[in-house]
Design a binder for this molecule. Structure first.
Ligand SMILES: [Zn+2]
Ligand SMILES: [Zn+2]
Length: 395
């Protein structure tokens, strides 16, 4: 049903695509793998996953076997996972630990190759569709950023800034990354400074994808977390707190990484919460021409933006849709009923950078498999990536 609707939107896009000045986003130095052109919106599937998880291969984690994490994700209906163990715990040799583990396999869940690059200047996650030589990235962790960027590009990986504020803050240039972890763990409220950094980077012209990651280290829902202050409680933070959604062209590792690089991404507090989708109609024909992550040249004409909440929600639920334009409040709209849609209109200035993104506040849907997450999740239900105007990929 949902897929069909997107197919329909894509057909509309195909019809108008030649008229739009689409700006390809692949040329900027910091970019990872090649990004499919916007015409790939003609087909796609929403996939949900977690992009920051630790298994027993990270020393400060509970002895959490990969099979437990993957088994939970399969049972709970996740589509992709990145198990990102600390590289310094295995002396850089991630490939012979996390990926070589016989438990690193699934018929149902797309498993990305990745690791947490753990350095004295902060942490970053690597995501890759194929195995890569992680040792090379580990070896240049103290090098100047330009050298790190060259190694990153030669490896063809997606590099992402982790928990950018506070302990282990990301102390590198944001020109070497493709995305930023704007929502780390079930504690949505503590991520406000990370969102501020994201906005600052975008306001200064960096087209960065915002993504989530639970960073879960401890316990499994059926194994009480005994490592955390002697608590015998179940974990507060586990797979999917938060859940990152990607709009991928196929259910493959490459398509997931490409969607992530391109910014076709939104984040929900848990896998059962509504997913927020942001699109824009550039020619007032009632059909969306671009979605989150897309970047076009403005025409000086009014653009109609559409915000849609997808998934299950109580009809009586009321959500607040906060629209952020270029890092500043643009307006707040109420949304109620099942799968509510909110529209707003604005005219992006000619030749001036602009971006629009939304945050959704409201009641959380329960996450029965990780019930304790509800104690921390607050009112932030979902977060979109922006739609962009006049961002220069060669900037
Ligand atoms: Zn970290
Ligand atoms: Zn971590």
């Amino acid at each position: 049903m949902e897929r069909k609707q997107w197919l329909g939107m894509g057909m509309g896009l195909l019809a108008v695509a030649p008229l739009l000045a689409i700006v390809p986003a692949a040329a900027r130095d910091g970019d990872g793998p090649a990004i499919p052109p916007v015409a790939s919106l003609s087909d796609g599937v929403w996939m949900k996953g977690d992009l920051h998880l630790h298994s027993r291969h990270s020393k400060e984690s509970t002895n959490n076997p990969e099979s437990k994490i993957i088994g939970f994700a399969e049972k709970t209906g996740f589509d992709f996972l990145a198990i990102t163990d600390h590289d310094n715990h295995v002396l850089g040799d991630v490939a012979h630990h996390t990926w070589a583990d016989p438990e690193f396999k699934s018929d149902k869940v797309v498993l990305l190759y990745g690791a947490e690059w753990t350095t004295d200047r902060g942490h970053g996650n690597v995501f890759s569709a194929v195995p890569y030589d992680h040792q090379r990235l580990f070896d240049v962790r103290d090098a100047r950023d330009a050298r790190i960027l060259a190694v990153k590009k030669s490896l063809g990986i997606h590099l992402s800034a982790n928990h950018p504020i506070g302990k282990d803050h990301f102390g590198f240039s944001y020109d070497i990354v493709d995305s930023i972890e704007v929502w780390n763990s079930a504690m949505a409220a503590k991520n406000r400074p990370a969102i501020m950094v994201w906005d600052d980077m975008m306001r200064s012209g960096r087209k960065l994808t915002g993504r989530g990651g639970s960073d879960a280290h401890h316990g499994t829902p059926d194994t009480p977390d005994k490592t955390s202050k002697g608590s015998a409680e179940r974990p507060y933070n586990y797979v999917g707190t938060p859940t990152t959604w990607v709009f991928a062209t196929a259910r493959t590792r490459k398509a997931v990484v490409d969607a992530l690089t391109n910014g076709r991404v939104s984040i929900s507090a848990n896998p059962y919460d509504p997913r927020v989708e942001l699109t824009a109609d550039l020619d007032q024909d009632g059909r969306p021409d671009m979605m989150m992550g897309d970047n076009v040249k403005s025409t000086g004409k009014a653009v109609t933006f559409q915000v849609r909440l997808a998934g299950s929600m109580e009809a009586a639920n009321a959500y607040k849709i906060h629209v952020v334009r270029n890092g500043e409040d643009f307006g707040t709209y109420e949304a109620t009923g099942a799968n509510p849609v909110v529209t707003f209109t604005d005219t992006p200035e000619l030749a001036k950078r602009a971006y629009y993104r939304v945050e959704v506040e409201g009641p959380q849907n329960p996450y029965p498999e990780v019930p304790n997450s509800m104690k921390l999740s607050g009112t932030m239900v979902a977060l979109s990536n922006p739609v962009f105007f006049n961002f220069d990929p060669n900037f």
